[in-house]
Design a protein around this ligand. Structure first.
Ligand code: GRF
Length: 240
């Protein structure tokens, strides 16, 4: 391949190039500057509360998930982790006296897994500073709207109720505000006539499944830097 190379692109403007670059390296098992495989050597912890289709997308993409943790013992995401041979754990808020104590317990569990990145894949708890400060610029969340529109737990329902014709997903770094950190990737998704919450959410999830593994891989590999709200890709990226 004869790519022109360029350094320091804004992730959101270089989506196509970054995707090409990452998939090419994964396919060929290229070595990075340290002489190790970028794709295979990074440790990722996933937090999930529900079905875990985004966790599945990470597993299917070959991301090295070393722990799946949930706040709910009945989360199907845990079963997906077990089926993939990944360690799983449950940390229930009800087992802790207050939210900071829950945050600390979860933080200690995750830190013990020595993650290069932490991925919130449908994790329905707000993480406090005790947790977020332990993994600066290393926590990735996916949210089913084009932020800053429709923050919160009912983003798809709220977008439909508002009557938008276009929604989408936002994959972003996590800071101490809810659904707020620097944007890594966004994808727009049309709202079709006759959509209900389930059908629109399914269409949005298809984009999440494409973008989340890419974002997590880049963050885990230390390829992302932030400057205020802007996220930058530090690796060389092929420009088509
Ligand atoms: C995703 O749409 C994510 O954006 C939201 O919760 C959903 C989780 O889906 N926070 P799944 O459990 O990964 O299927």
């Amino acid at each position: 391949m004869n790519h022109t190379r360029r350094t320091g692109s804004i992730l959101s403007r270089r989506l196509a190039g970054a995707a090409t670059w990452w998939q090419h390296r994964r396919r060929n098992g290229d070595a990075d500057e340290a002489g190790e495989s970028v794709a295979d050597s990074r440790r990722v912890v996933v937090l999930a509360s529900g079905n875990g289709s985004n966790l599945q997308a990470l597993l299917d993409a070959g991301v090295e998930v070393v722990l799946v943790a949930s706040d709910r013992a009945d989360a199907y995401a845990l079963e997906r982790g077990r089926l993939a041979g990944v360690d799983t754990a449950v940390v229930r808020p009800a087992d802790h006296p207050d939210r900071p104590a829950f945050d600390r317990a979860l933080r200690d569990l995750v830190a013990a897994a020595r993650p290069d990145a932490v991925c919130l894949a449908g994790f329905m708890r707000i993480l406090g500073p005790e947790f977020v400060r332990a993994f600066p610029d290393r926590i990735v969340n996916t949210h089913p709207s084009l932020l800053p529109a429709f923050r919160g737990a009912h983003a798809v329902r709220d977008a439909l109720a508002y009557g938008v014709r276009v929604s989408g997903c936002t994959v972003h770094l996590v800071d101490e505000e809810v659904d707020h950190g620097p944007v890594l990737f966004q994808a727009a998704v049309p709202v079709e006539d006759g959509d209900d919450e389930a059908s629109l959410h399914e269409r949005i999830k298809r984009e999440e499944h494409r973008l989340l593994p890419l974002a997590v891989g880049l963050v885990a590999a230390g390829r992302v830097r932030t400057d205020g709200r802007r996220a930058w890709l530090t690796a060389e990226v092929p420009v088509d």
